[in-house]
Design a protein around this ligand. Sequence first.
Ligand code: SF4
Length: 372
Amino acid sequence: MSGVYVHLPFCPYICAYCDFAKWPFKRSAAERYLRALEGEIEAAPYIRASTLYFGGGTPNTYAAQAIALLVERLRARFGPFEEATIEANPDLVKDEDLDAYARAGIDRLSIGVQSMIPQEIQTLGRRHTLADVERVVSSARKTGLRSVSIDLIFAVPGQTPQSWSQTLQWSVGLQPDHISVYGLTVEENTPFWTWREREPVAFFDGAAEATFYESAIEALRGAGYQQYEVSNFARTGHECAHNMNYWENGEYLGFGVGAASYLNGERSIHTRELSEYLAAIESGRQVPSQRESLRDAARTGEAAMLALRTRSGVRFADFNARYGIDFLKFYAPVIGDLQAAGLLQVDDETARLTKRGLFLANDVCGAFVTFA
Ligand code: SF4
């Protein structure tokens, strides 16, 4: 399986915690970027992709007709797609946009919600209301989009166990097909970073984050969502195929500023400088990118790290056949340490994170990348 990712980096406003490649929306820059994307798509190598994903930024700062034309161009080049997702900011979505997405073949809508508490939404620097979210979810249903997903964030300064529980209950009440739940990460060069330097007590420590995460797991599993990845929960049949391809170490082609691709064992990540990206495409040069060839232990370590994030974990028969190693023998020292620490469970066929391992997933999975 392979996927195509398109990065649309403009936003109506900039959130205080955001470290993505993004810029405030300006019509002239957005149009110029669209032309550059079209150029990059035409010049790209062919892959047969089964999923398409528009991420950002805020993809729906572009008119729905522009998105529909982009889908058509991408489908002609790499499709047909079995799943096509667009991320959307709920305050910008109009009902007619959803119709246009559905007609274009987009069947998943991923809505940036983050919280139901107005104070927390404001702290994060977002501007939507609960009514916006409720309207968009209900309209998406009427439009017939196959899957509606919402994103939530925990460990937001000022959040309490009660307010987080309210957010979870309200979210479940919206009956989305898919819910992603992320702990707040404070990245350098963001206003949140400066805030934390100034006032560290406003932010939660690892133990408090684990408590928020645990209550999310309980609430969402209790409401019938399967946790199919560390941060992702879905009703059966609504797992995000595009992201599953990443975790299964499949190939993907990324377009746009800061976008990553993984083809023929090589990972490349485009520059995150918009001006550099545009200048390269417009002058017919290759987009400046960081490239890394993943071979042997680097490749298997990466594959193990990704697989362990999922509910099915590493399935030895598949893994050994695909990568030509004996997983249990090769990683015996790491596996032993993680088992002893109660972070990894191993049976005859699979290795999976334990409940405790889920809370420390980045460290546990990362141990396979740093080994060897
Ligand atoms: S969090 Fe999303 S909407 Fe906010 S600035 Fe970042 S990309 Fe834009």
